[in-house]
Design a protein around this ligand. Structure first.
Ligand code: AVJ
Length: 303
């Protein structure tokens, strides 16, 4: 962790921090709050697509499904599928944090007694193995939230390869993909009026202070998210308000007034650019969108 943080902060042109460090307990709470904000359209829109299209989704997925969800968290969107489809025999929620995962799994067993719930505590960004349950069921990976948009290009490829291997020839991938739209709508979704996203962004500093005993003063930074049109992504930054320094692993890091720490990328796609990105591994077989074309849920089969 120290090494990664130091590497990002020693970057000459643009300081960075790994976005995975947003998510301590407070960070997860703040993210949940973000998903309920008026300006943050993705969660609401994806849930509506799932609810409205569940009959069609059921048809595409086939009759005996083993549903696998990398990074399942509270499984809140998955409940829409589990509760409304009759063809899911088993569900494998996956997360790095085991405690929370097993607690959620117990709740799911109570809520969906007919579905076999088999949590798997693993890092899905690296190759992993599934427990050998129901070999005749069709393996379908569910990856909502447009989380794929947070990955760097190498990580996208790695992820697609891992999923392609896991589902085998007969499986499928059901994935949430956020779409390009007006810059103003995008920027508001990541610069909300209640400053919840600002607190979420600054929480990375609190988290690192605690874990690595660093001396970040979050008040020395301003949150701002910017649409980068060339790279088709929202970038979250923490802008330095005044010159100051902190010590990280014995090294002094200087922050110049006006520079920023780049903390997250959230890529947005057109239907074409997404198809092209996954094209070496998957065929897009069906796309569902909302009426404003803000968000899409896509059904992919392996090549
Ligand atoms: C976790 C990928 C769904 O990129 O929209 C929300 C993270 N960051 N607001 C996104 C996030 C700031 C979010 N995802």
């Amino acid at each position: 962790m120290l090494e990664e943080v130091l590497e990002g902060l020693q970057n000459k042109n643009q300081k960075t921090l790994p976005s995975k460090y947003f998510y301590d307990e407070r960070g997860s709470e703040l993210f949940d709050e973000i998903t309920e904000l008026q300006e943050y359209y993705p969660t609401r829109t994806e849930r509506k697509i799932l609810t409205d299209k569940v009959r069609e989704i059921e048809e595409y997925l086939g009759h005996k499904i083993l549903l696998i969800e990398p990074g399942s968290g509270s499984s809140s969107k998955t409940k829409i599928l589990l509760g409304n489809m009759d063809n899911i025999c088993c569900y494998i929620p996956m997360d790095i944090s085991g405690d929370y995962l097993f607690r959620v799994a117990d709740q799911l067993r109570e809520e969906f007694p007919k579905i076999s719930i088999q949590p798997l505590s693993a890092d899905y960004t690296k190759p992993f193995e599934l427990p050998e349950i129901n070999p005749d069921a069709r393996k379908v990976v569910f990856y909502p939230g447009s989380t794929i948009g947070n990955f760097k290009m190498e990580k996208v490829e790695q992820f697609l390869k891992v999923i392609h291997d896991i589902i085998e020839n007969e499986g499928a991938l059901l994935i949430g993909v956020d779409l390009i739209k007006d810059k103003q709508i995008l920027e508001l979704a990541y610069n909300d009026s209640k400053n919840v996203t600002a607190a979420f962004n600054k929480n990375i500093l609190h988290h690192l202070n605690r874990e690595l005993d660093l001396g970040f003063d979050p008040d020395n930074f301003d949150h701002k998210s910017i649409w980068n049109n060339e790279k088709s992504r929202i970038e979250m930054h923490l802008f330095v308000k005044k010159d100051h320094s902190i010590t990280v692993g014995g090294k002094e890091i200087h922050f110049r007034k006006g520079e920023s720490i780049h903390t997250e990328n959230s890529h947005k796609y057109s239907l074409e650019s997404f198809q092209e990105m996954v094209g070496d591994w998957f065929d897009v077989k069906k796309v569902w969108t909302d009426e404003k074309n803000y968000f899409s849920l896509q059904y992919l089969e392996p090549k």
